[in-house]
Design a protein around this ligand. Structure first.
Ligand SMILES: NC(=O)C1=CN([C@@H]2O[C@H](COP(=O)(O)OP(=O)(O)OC[C@H]3O[C@@H](n4cnc5c(N)ncnc54)[C@H](OP(=O)(O)O)[C@@H]3O)[C@@H](O)[C@H]2O)C=CC1
Ligand SMILES: CC(=O)N[C@@H](CCC(=O)OP(=O)(O)O)C(=O)O
Length: 349
């Protein structure tokens, strides 16, 4: 009998789900035992994704908590907002571990969740149990937990870029401005005018200005680390590419620091954390340099004229921003090497 941890993926036909399949297929300690669909149960997964033909033979299972309990030990929820809030408590009560990729357990206030997500909040008892899985920052809390709330893609890039300077107390907290750009896969596989080729190709646009659901998530994590309430200005843009997020962050510093000093601070903060790489002085990361990988690459520059720090942080939204960080969190949860199943080089060119 296999001694591997048995994993089920709900939402397996979506982009987050299919990335989890890719990553878990080569994970040394995990076996995929159920791929689940709410609308296509009984059909082969290869009908949705022909590239999985002869790799994943299973037909899709239905969402049936009793069946999932028999087949799996851990469940990944790669479903739209509002689904995990209802489903995760039932899975936990059945004795399963849960890693949720949606926003349902990220915000500790139900009122704030309802305001930004326009969905009914999950049961507060379960929200309280959920650990916010920004692996490099809250990884200690992830160890041994039962319910992981995986961060959003923009928050992952942005928070990893901001944490060292905020934790050190060098940032003017009221001055943070985040200008973030995402590839179109961030919107998921669903169809719509907003992701139509002729609308997106050769176009560049801002969206959800001052209304993006990741604003309170970023503020909540920064406030925890700063020990006081932090508010940010956050603007998202859509770029005509498939994968990748680049977050440009501006923050005023309380005092002047040399770039050598700042780079040393950043490298010290992420010491021993192999998925965050800080660039040398004057070097900026590009999305292609993390494409298909679990890395977050960060470059920083301090402008002595304005006293402002510019931080450039890049990730692959579906890997470090979703499935990759979810697997990293599973590794931490289980006490395995955090890089198990994730130690691969970005695809280039
Ligand atoms: N794409 C990205 O870069 C990121 C996504 N996320 C989050 O991960 C989650 C999944 O996103 P993504 O994969 O992009 O989205 P997709 O739209 O690509 O996939 C979501 C899947 O959820 C399933 N689904 C739809 N409705 C329901 C329902 N009522 N109950 C159960 N399952 C349902 C669908 O599959 P089926 O019909 O077969 O059940 C669908 O394939 C979302 O919450 C998203 O916000 C987080 C970070 C990054
Ligand atoms: C390009 C694009 O549309 N991106 C999505 C990000 C979705 C995501 O990854 O985050 P959640 O899990 O919080 O939805 C957006 O801006 O809403």
């Amino acid at each position: 009998m296999s001694t591997k941890l048995r994993a089920a993926i709900i939402g397996a036909t979506g982009y987050g789900g299919v990335e989890l399949i890719r990553l878990l297929l080569t994970h040394p300690h995990v076996e995929i035992t159920s791929v689940i669909s709410s609308s296509n149960a009984g059909a082969p997964i290869a009908d949705s994704y022909p590239h999985l033909n002869q790799i994943v033979q299973d037909t899709l299972d239905a969402i049936d908590v009793g069946l999932i309990k028999d087949k799996a030990d851990v469940v990944f929820l790669a479903t739209p907002h509002g689904v995990a809030g209802e489903l995760a408590p039932k899975l936990l009560e059945a004795g399963l571990k849960v890693v949720d990729l949606s926003g349902d357990f990220r915000l500790k206030s139900g009122e704030v969740y309802e305001k930004w997500y326009k969905h009914k909040p999950a049961d507060p008892a379960y929200v309280a149990k959920a650990v916010y899985g920004l692996s490099e920052v809250f990884g200690e809390e992830v160890k041994g937990s039962e319910l992981i709330s995986n961060p959003g893609c923009f928050p992952t890039a942005t928070l990893l870029g901001l944490m060292p300077i905020v934790k050190k107390g060098w940032a003017e907290l009221g001055s943070i401005i985040v200008d973030a750009k995402s590839g179109v896969s961030g919107a998921g596989r669903g169809l719509g005018l907003g992701v139509h080729f002729s609308e997106i190709n050769e176009n560049f646009l801002a969206y959800k200005v001052n209304k993006h659901q990741h604003t309170p998530e970023i503020e909540q994590a920064l406030s925890r680390v700063a020990g006081e309430e932090v508010m940010i200005t956050f603007t998202t843009h859509l770029v005509p590419m498939t994968r990748g997020i680049l977050s440009t962050i501006y923050v005023n510093l309380k005092e002047k620091h040399t770039e050598d000093e700042l780079i040393k601070l950043y490298r010290h903060y992420y010491e021993g954390r192999q998925f965050v790489r800080i660039r040398d002085k004057g070097k900026w990361p590009a999305t292609k340099e993390v494409w298909g990988s679990n890395y977050c690459d960060i470059g920083i520059s301090f402008d002595e004229r304005t006293g402002r720090l510019t931080i450039i942080s890049v990730i692959d939204n579906i890997v470090k921003g979703a499935g990759g960080q979810a697997v990293q969190n599973l590794n931490l949860m289980m006490g395995w090497d955090e890089a198990a199943g994730l130690a691969f080089t970005p695809v280039y060119p």
